[in-house]
Design a protein around this ligand. Structure first.
Ligand code: MSP
Length: 646
């Protein structure tokens, strides 16, 4: 029996329309699904929507809709977008479907049957945005949600609890034994230290609203939305409540879950412990990718910089968008979306490297070999070199995809693309043609076309339409066999005599004028909203200015704050009895050593705040866009610490 592969995306909340964050995970999952299908593996790809819980309930009320009406509208938006992005999911699960509710109730009953559910009461600080309780130590100063920075609600309710604490050791053991379980490594370490701090039992029901799946036997309670949501991964396989789980479950479980790093704990702690209690195998892998910012800023509605995937497809086309998102940023890391960057890659890598390659190759075949793939003669060293590069590229790109390193897979494929371009320059078919060296010419043209076919097969999972167009131009009939990985296990799979035919350019270049228009269109709303914010901020008078206690601060000590790339803890002499502790987000631009002894400009009367649990009593002034590009304001000379600035 062939290998099987099951990949999932998170199921998306229906209170918001889709943006590139959602598109990103879904495209990545699609690439994996297509890749595994092309390997001949039995493959299943599940996506869907998360429709219960207080967040959706509140959002629907705000729009004067019933929750299900809102859900129905937004689900449609997701479906249309997935269609446009060429997402080849096998099933789309909605948590409001009956088939799902039954499975959630079944898993509840199994966990309860194992003695792992009990009734208690819960009091805590709740964020509806996260659908999660925070404790005094995990929330932000001023009872704010650490993610949304909005006020938390103090809630007390009767609640069922899941004995999650019982499974802490078993989970740690599982993580230890299965290095592929939580990826990338940095996320695994986060979870290990979280679990080592001890797991509490988890509150798994709510009584304050009823938009959810009822607790079996106690309809006052609805099941906590995350338990409901996580179960989609097995309800999407029709898990039937037994150990074996039914046909699809037997075939496909365990899954590879692709998720964003913000929802790691739910997937790497809550979900596996629940499965343990239910006596079911844990997921094979939970892979948490990074977050996208946009032109250097966090995506947010108020900044009006949310990247709308339809607009991207309109501007750049489906395959280039898919390519860019996976090529630009290593999958586990955060990345920045910029129009300059996508235009740069489209022009250089897609239009120039790949598009031109196809065009010049097909043109040569039309002119030199009667629009046909010619019969190759004996290979010389140059030909062998090209063939070996193709073999290496196929091997490497597969290995990288097996490791979720999408960008590296593309880099490996582009090594072949560039090698074919070099091969053409070196083999110089035009000279062979002029000299009438027909046999050698045939060998060269064949090698070029065959190498391009390999490229098409390898890019198929990333850019399915492009791969198909290339095959068409190479005269390969549009059947699946030719798109399978095994068709590039051996060189010379291209049928001699296949008819080559030029088509429209694969990727039109984005000329500078058009680039300017696009960048203007996309970034204008952002600039406008910044201006609006600026106008709203009124002028201040001299008395306002005097309210700010600006002082010269001499840095006495500096150290990094553990687990933070950016934050430094500084001890600053402000002419007071003791140096002041100030946290500054300049750790990408400066090492702690560079700062000691500097005379900085410091706001001395700012309300204290806690940053990553460390108190900051002041602020260091600096200029620059952020990250590595920040410069602190500092004073020349030897003025004493604490000198006031005016
Ligand atoms: N409904 C839950 C998931 C339940 S899964 C059992 C949820 N939904 S969500 O719609 O809010 O988010 C879905 C995914 O989008 C998350 O994986 C999240 O990381 C991802 N992203 C949201 N914004 C993002 C970026 N700016 N960049 C990358 N991914 C981001 O959470």
């Amino acid at each position: 029996m062939s290998e099987s592969f099951y990949v999932t995306t998170p199921i998306y909340y229906v209170n918001d329309v889709p943006h590139i964050g959602h598109a990103y995970t879904t495209i990545a999952a699609d690439v994996l699904a297509r890749y595994h299908r092309s390997q001949g593996h039995r493959t299943r790809f599940l996506t869907g929507t998360d429709e219960h819980g207080q967040k959706i309930f509140k959002a629907s009320k705000a729009q004067g809709l019933k929750p299900i009406e809102l859900a129905n509208q937004v689900v449609e938006r997701f479906r249309v977008l997935w269609d446009r992005l060429g997402i080849s999911f096998d099933d789309f699960i909605r948590t409001t479907q009956d088939r799902h509710a039954q499975v959630v109730q079944n898993i509840w009953k199994r966990v309860e049957g194992n003695g792992d559910i009990y009734l208690g009461s819960y009091e805590g600080w709740y964020c509806t945005g996260c659908e999660e309780y925070y404790t005094e130590s995990t929330m932000d100063e001023g009872n704010l949600c650490p993610i949304h920075k909005t006020p938390l609600e103090r809630l007390k309710e009767k609640s069922y609890f899941f004995r999650m604490s019982k499974y802490a050791n078993a989970l740690l053991e599982h993580i230890e034994r299965h290095p592929e379980f939580i990826q990338p490594e940095i996320r695994k370490n986060e979870i290990v230290s979280f679990v080592k701090d001890g797991l509490r039992d988890l509150s798994v029901s709510r009584t304050s609203f009823d938009w959810g799946i009822k607790v079996p036997g106690d309809p006052e309670h609805v099941i906590y939305v995350w338990i409901d949501a996580l179960t989609n991964y097995i309800s999407g396989l029709g898990w039937n409540g037994t150990d074996r789980g039914g046909e699809l479950f037997e075939q496909f479980w365990p899954a590879v879950h692709l998720i964003g790093k913000d929802i790691l704990r739910f997937h790497a702690v809550y979900w596996p412990t629940l499965l343990m209690s239910a006596g079911l195998p844990l997921p094979k892998t939970v892979y948490a990718h990074g977050w996208w910012t946009v032109e250097g800023e966090k995506m947010s509605k108020s900044l009006r910089n949310v990247v709308e995937p339809h607009a991207l497809v309109d501007a750049y086309g489906k395959d280039p968008v898919r390519y860019f998102l996976l090529r630009e940023v290593p999958f586990g890391l955060d990345g920045d979306f910029s129009h300059h960057a996508i235009i740069g890659r489209i022009n250089a890598e897609l239009a120039n490297d790949l598009g031109n390659l196809l065009r010049r190759s097909v043109t040569m075949a039309e002119k030199y070999t009667d629009s046909m793939a010619p019969k190759p003669g004996e290979q010389n060293e140059l030909d062998k070199g090209l063939m070996n590069t193709a073999v290496a590229s196929a091997r490497d790109s597969a290995r990288h995809l097996d490791n979720y390193a999408f960008h590296k897979a593309l880099v490996s494929i582009w090594e072949l693309v560039r090698a074919v371009n070099r091969y053409i320059d070196e083999a110089a078919p035009w000279t062979l043609y002029k000299k009438g060296e027909r046999e050698r010419l045939g060998t060269v043209i064949f090698h070029i076309l065959e190498a391009i076919r390999w490229v098409a097969v390898m890019i198929g999972p990333f850019m399915p339409d492009t791969a198909r167009t290339i095959c068409e131009q190479l005269g390969i009939s549009d059947d699946d066999e030719h798109m399978m990985r095994k068709s590039i296990e051996q060189w010379a799979g291209l049928a001699v005599g296949s008819r080559v035919k030029k088509g429209p350019a694969l990727f039109p270049r984005i000329e500078p004028d058009r680039a300017k228009v696009l960048i203007f269109q996309f970034t204008e709303p952002l600039a406008e909203s910044k201006q609006e914010h600026a106008v709203e901020d009124k002028m201040i008078n001299i008395d306002d200015l005097k309210k700010v206690d600006l002082r010269l601060g001499l840095v006495k000590e500096a150290e990094r704050i553990p687990k933070s790339k950016k934050l430094l803890k500084l001890m600053i002499d402000l002419g007071e009895e003791e140096p002041r502790q100030v946290v500054a987000g300049i750790g990408l631009a400066y090492t702690p050593e560079q700062l000691v002894g500097k005379r900085l400009l410091v706001v001395a009367n700012l309300e204290p705040v806690k940053l990553m649990g460390v108190e900051s009593k002041g602020m260091v002034m600096a200029a620059g866009p952020g990250g590595e590009n920040v410069v602190v304001a500092q004073f020349d000379g030897e003025l004493p610490a604490g000198e006031s600035v005016h």
